[in-house]
Design a protein around this ligand. Structure first.
Ligand code: 13P
Ligand code: SF4
Length: 351
């Protein structure tokens, strides 16, 4: 039985998008970043939602592009002494907790996430204290402090497996912060979950009616949906999964047209995997000037080339996590990494 429990309103202005660069400016910045990575024994690790220029640069320089779990694992295993994390702040913090001996830099520490913002440790901790009989499972899109309060950390690629595992042991769960992902997992696993009421500002904007119209226009298309989307959107999906799972499904599904409800940054990798298929972005609330996210995370977008080229300048780009907190947060993070090793649902190696 799912009970809707609590939420925190977030009132964060969206960051202003970075200035568009000309192709000359882009190649100047790319060359400078390549030099700097070598000079500093650094490796660039980018999330699927960052802009194509950032993803291609990570690939060209022997770095990595992936989902948040894969980014964490790649960084921990890589020999570079400095990791440049192009993504949002929780990804940098996770890298630091898993690799405390490494220097973790981010193009900007202001790149955050509505789920992280909507789950402050004080309120979340009170919520957990009210239910001491429940295991606390949190999404990776949270602060180090929230992870330190948790028994388990999961990413969307492994969430269903972990909750299935806990449901089999009749564990009662507190889940935070994404309400849509929580409800999706609850329905898939039958786990007894109390849900924090956070949401992703990007996925929350996908719209059912408009998606039905898009489906009607392309009746031969498959619909692929990230489970951070509202239930009515998930119900229209032919496939529901995390970023890596969606990319794999794009390849496995027989349809030649795909309507995709997740951040459009994912199209860079998808196009590489299925160059012959037609990719259509699922409709969001409003269009152009009136849409808020336009299916692209405004914080991921802050990882622009011109900002990345200054990553070694100044002292405001490095991630630090309080040592005591990091020690506590490492426990549920390592549990997830070890759990991932034991299951088949890790899709990246098959893509
Ligand atoms: P992944 O865990 O699939 O990388 O997703 C992170 C995220 O921010 C989704 O919106
Ligand atoms: Fe957070 Fe959503 Fe941006 Fe992912 S896409 S980082 S969940 S705001």
């Amino acid at each position: 039985m799912t009970n809707i429990v609590t939420s925190v309103e977030i009132d964060a202005p969206f960051p202003r998008p970075p200035v568009e660069l000309t192709s000359e400016e882009k190649s100047k910045h790319k060359n400078a970043i390549k030099r700097l990575l070598e000079e500093h024994n650094a490796v660039l690790i980018a999330h699927y939602y960052t802009d194509p220029d950032i993803q291609s640069l990570a690939e060209e320089t022997g770095g990595f592009v992936g989902d948040s779990l894969e980014m964490a694992k790649f960084g921990a295993q890589h020999e570079a002494t400095t990791l440049i994390i192009a993504g949002v702040k929780f990804m940098g913090e996770t890298a630091k907790i898993l690799s405390p001996e490494k220097r973790i830099l981010m193009p900007t520490l202001e790149a955050t996430c509505s789920l992280d913002l909507g789950c402050p440790i004080e309120e979340f901790s009170k919520f957990c204290d009210q239910h001491p009989d429940r295991e606390v499972v949190v999404y990776a899109n949270t602060s180090a402090a929230v992870k330190a309060r948790a028994d388990w950390v999961v990413t969307s690629s492994i969430a269903v497996d972990v909750l299935e595992h806990l449901a089999e042991q009749d564990k009662k769960i507190i889940w935070g912060p994404d309400k849509h992902l929580g409800r999706y997992i609850q329905q898939k696993t039958g786990a007894d979950m109390l849900l924090w009421q956070g949401a992703c500002i990007v996925h929350d904007e996908f719209k059912t009616k408009a998606l039905e119209q898009t489906k009607a226009l392309h009746p031969d298309a498959a619909v692929l949906v990230h489970p951070e989307s509202p239930q009515s959107v998930v119900e229209l999906a032919d496939f529901v999964g995390s970023t890596s799972q969606i990319i794999k499904a794009a390849n496995d599904l027989p349809q030649q047209k795909l309507i995709v409800a997740t951040d459009k940054g994912i199209f860079y990798k998808m196009q590489q995997k299925v160059p012959g298929k037609e990719l259509i972005i699922a409709p969001t609330a409003g269009e152009g000037a009136t849409c808020r996210s336009c299916a692209h995370c405004p914080w991921m977008k802050m990882n622009a080339l011109q900002v990345l080229s200054e990553v070694f300048e100044g002292d405001d780009k490095e991630i630090f996590v309080d040592e005591a907190l990091a020690e506590k947060a490492l426990i549920p993070l390592e549990k997830m990494v070890n759990f991932a090793k034991t299951i088949q649902s890790e899709v990246k190696s098959n893509i």
